[in-house]
Design a protein around this ligand. Sequence first.
Ligand code: NAD
Length: 479
Amino acid sequence: MLRGGHLIGGQWRSGADRFCTRSPSDLNEEVGEYPAGSPRDAEDALEAARKALPGWSTYNTQARSDLLRKTAEVITARAEEIGTHLAREEGKTRREAIAETLRAAQVFFYYAGEVVRHPGQFFNSLRDGHHIIVSYEPVGVISLITPWNFPIAVPAWKVAGALAYGNTCVLKPSEFAPGCAVILGQILTEVGLPPGVFNLVHGQGRVLGETLIGGANGVSFTGSTPTGRAIVKQAANTLTKVQLELGGKNPLIVLDDADLDLAVDVALQGTFGQTGQRCTGSERLIITRGIHDAFVEKLVARVASLRVGHALHEDTQIGPVATAAQLEKNLTFIQRATEAGAELAVGGARLEKSTPGYYLAPTLFLGTTADTPLNREEIFGPVAGVIRVNDLEEAITVANDCELALSSGICTTNIRSAERFRRLSRAGLVMINAPTAGLEYHVPFGGRSPSGYGGREQGPASAEFFTEIKTAYVNHGDI
Ligand code: NAD
């Protein structure tokens, strides 16, 4: 079992009040034990980050890059061990968890390069004997608040981005899967990151949130839209800079002219991969009339054959749902869809396995409409609704008929249809003949409000949040 602590100013700190995590694959198994932090712990972590800021923001560029690269190397070397812990604590399959860990390493490699590439701008002045320099400076101390569904990748892209641009940080991981953040803290310490540059506190967001938001110069948050709204309200009091990555209710359109087998693969991966617990998962499948029956027949057969099981078993394709609350939420959506008259095509029930866990059969409803409750709110599980439509125009209208606007996709062999959808989709991410989930780290990531707020993450976009612009006018006189 992993016994984690807070990491504050380079020191590991325990606490009398502790909480345990249990494996969603086997509720008899305790996976980790962590201190339940108090606002005092959060304030101490912020103070350590403030103290470390002058040193880190002026740290030698090559040395900063080297630290991020070394972190990436150690994560890569320990990927199997970290991935195994992740799978045990969060419930995604070991294969998915190791892939996520390697992604976290790639993110650190990427930012090791960004440290060196980080540019400024030079402008001619309108005045004789002057010029103007625009530089991008660290924001300061950043609070990073993360969810349980990507417990190493999301912390990695926030921590690496914050540190690359000279900020110091306090990470508060989800209380449901904090172990990877502890391992990340161990690695950052081991590679020689100066004390206080990265700090870690555990506990409940509603206990620590006010301190973490009010006491930082910036907050980068990934989680649910309701929590995001609460964070913005709080940040308004102190005008703390905020970046939010929030929920999705992502549509995948399949047109009559789609490559049927590809479309089924795209839907299967996008909807059920990682137990459907991805903000970019496809929860609304919008299928035109001519291909509907053939698509549904193939997809239902594939869904029915998915092997749900223990996250650490080699033949498992779909791990358990991560938490009791999440399982309850999925089952409630299933019940409401049934009551609303949707046709259950496959799944729909909790599964018994050899170990007690939160196992749910991947579930697909047919005959749903844009108004079926199943298609209005984010479910965040292996549950989706199929909506039959007449043509591309109706498909686009239905796809956009949802407040959340994170990711979207279309399967078609017609370039005009693909381009029309790319242009008209409200979502921040558009996938053509590819799953709505599964993104790359070197390009901007995120959605429109209320799926995102305050600027995109990753790729060149992350510098926009993690830096402040300084415009300097220089009167150098005649040269
Ligand atoms: P959540 O909002 O319940 O919790 C996220 C984090 O916020 C946790 O660390 C939690 O402790 C903290 N928190 C809770 N209340 C808080 C408060 N009042 N102040 C400050 N922090 C608080 O979300 P979750 O259940 O952990 O994650 C699932 C959600 O995350 C889904 O909605 C999913 O779509 C979203 N998500 C979005 C992205 C994205 O990039 N857009 C990625 C992954 C997950």
